[in-house]
Write a protein that binds this ligand. Structure first.
Ligand code: NAD
Ligand code: AHE
Ligand code: ZN
Length: 374
């Protein structure tokens, strides 16, 4: 198939909020600096649902969504040296070129090399899409588009991993789990003995708890409006729970009272701007740090009294948990083979044909990640 157009199945989002349609799509061969990947397993993340909803200013339709996946390289374009056909890979929506101002700064995992193209659903080379249906272009998404049996990604957006790792599990290392772990280890740098608050006990919040436990946090307070989330959260390290609906006082006040003045670190893993405010304001005066992980819809804004920052609280955010994707995803895979949880976040397995049902399931309190066999 090298050098040829491949026709395969993909779930196409034609319009916001309209059911995805499984279509036969044509996937063009990779051009210079590009890699065509046979996607074997993809999970669904709430960010896919967010863009599909039409609330993402970068959402373009029609498109192929999906960004948490694993597969095997089918072929590579000219000049691609770091991966070859047959390599096991995880597509990375956060690229790492190692050459741009961002990559060289040593201060961030964001990369500037292909971001302008991935934000508008095309490839860097010719500013065109590699997906089409009978000649009509279909946009890429986040530089990954994993809801397709084959996808084309930039070579800076793919991490080569140990072929021993089960792809049906490590696909989760493409987004949610690293985001939570890295928010704790890289962005907040939680120290042993810290008191941590996690808002939202979905996959990302539970991965925050897992990361905080590994970092030696003394208390990990889980906050969720769905009490069904609490039992399972213990396995991931949550030591106490609060359901804001069961309290009359604002949740930040409840937490400050419980912790002798506030937590050392808090994490917002929902995407709700009023919870972001509560997460900042439940932090301890003088040093408490709050990390925004959740993605809030277009047009939403955060607010607090500046006095909160003047008195030493710190407000931060994180993308992909601050991990440098190509360099660090392979080590996360190795860590999975030894210690970090991944299987525990997979609550459902389905096939690509059932993708709409899979999205419905995500609204269900019991669901963490659904993995689709392509
Ligand atoms: P999820 O929907 O599984 O989890 C959210 C949890 O928040 C649920 O348990 C829900 O019951 C709870 N919740 C909702 N409203 C609440 C409220 N007002 N107070 C307390 N709890 C509330 O989602 P997820 O897959 O874990 O993702 C979480 C967020 O992280 C999403 O916004 C997603 O887009 C974002 N995300 C960001 C990054 C990044 O790089 N920054 C990466 C992955 C995901
Ligand atoms: N297009 C959205 C932004 C969405 C967003 O913030 N994405 C996160 C990853 S979420 C993964 O589930 C991210 O990495 N952001 C950094 C970046 O460069 O996009 C919007 O609202 O505009
Ligand atoms: Zn995601």
């Amino acid at each position: 198939t090298q050098g040829q157009v491949i026709t395969c199945k993909a779930a196409v989002a034609w319009e916001p909020n309209k059911p995805l349609v499984i279509e036969d799509v044509q996937v063009a061969p990779p051009q210079a600096g590009e890699v065509r990947v046979k996607v074997l397993y993809t999970a669904l993340c709430h960010t896919d649902a967010y863009t599909w909803s039409g609330k993402d200013p970068e959402g373009l339709f029609p498109c192929v969504l999906g960004h948490e996946a694993a597969g095997i390289v089918e072929s590579v374009g000219e000049g691609v040296t770091e991966v070859k056909a047959g390599d096991h890979v995880i597509p990375c929506y956060q690229a790492e070129c190692r050459e741009c101002k961002f990559c060289k700064s040593g201060k961030t995992n964001l990369c500037g090399k292909v971001r302008a193209a991935t934000g508008v659903g095309v490839m860097m080379n010719d500013r065109k899409s590699r997906f089409s249906i009978n000649g009509k272009p279909i946009y890429h998404f986040m530089g990954t588009s994993t809801f397709s049996q084959y996808t084309v990604v930039h070579d800076v957006s793919v991490a080569k991993i140990d072929p021993v790792a089960p792809l049906e599990k490590v696909c989760l290392l493409g987004c949610g789990v690293p985001t939570g772990l890295g928010a704790v280890w890289n962005t907040a740098k939680v120290e042993p003995g810290s008191i941590v608050a996690v808002f939202g006990l979905g996959t990302v919040g539970l991965a925050v708890a897992e990361g905080a436990k590994a970092a030696g946090a003394s208390r990990i307070i889980g906050i969720d409006i769905d009490s069904k989330k609490f039992d399972r959260a213990k396995i991931f390290g949550v030591t106490e729970f609060i359901n804001p609906k069961e309290h009359e006082k604002p949740i930040q006040q409840v937490i400050v009272d419980l912790t002798d003045g506030g937590v050392d670190y808090s994490f917002e893993c929902i995407g709700n701007v009023s919870v972001m405010r509560a997460a900042l304001e439940c932090c301890h005066k003088g040093w408490g740090t709050s990390v925004i992980v959740g993605v809030a819809a277009s047009g939403q804004e955060i607010s607090t009294r500046p006095f909160q920052l003047v008195t030493g609280r710190v407000w931060k955010g994180t993308a992909f948990g601050g991990f440098k994707s190509r360099s660090q995803v392979p080590s996360l895979v190795d860590k999975y083979l030894k210690e970090i949880k991944v299987d525990e976040y997979i609550t459902h397995n389905m096939t690509l044909a059932d993708i709409n049902k899979a999205f419905d399931l995500m609204h269900d309190g019991d669901c963490l990640r659904v993995v689709l066999n392509m």
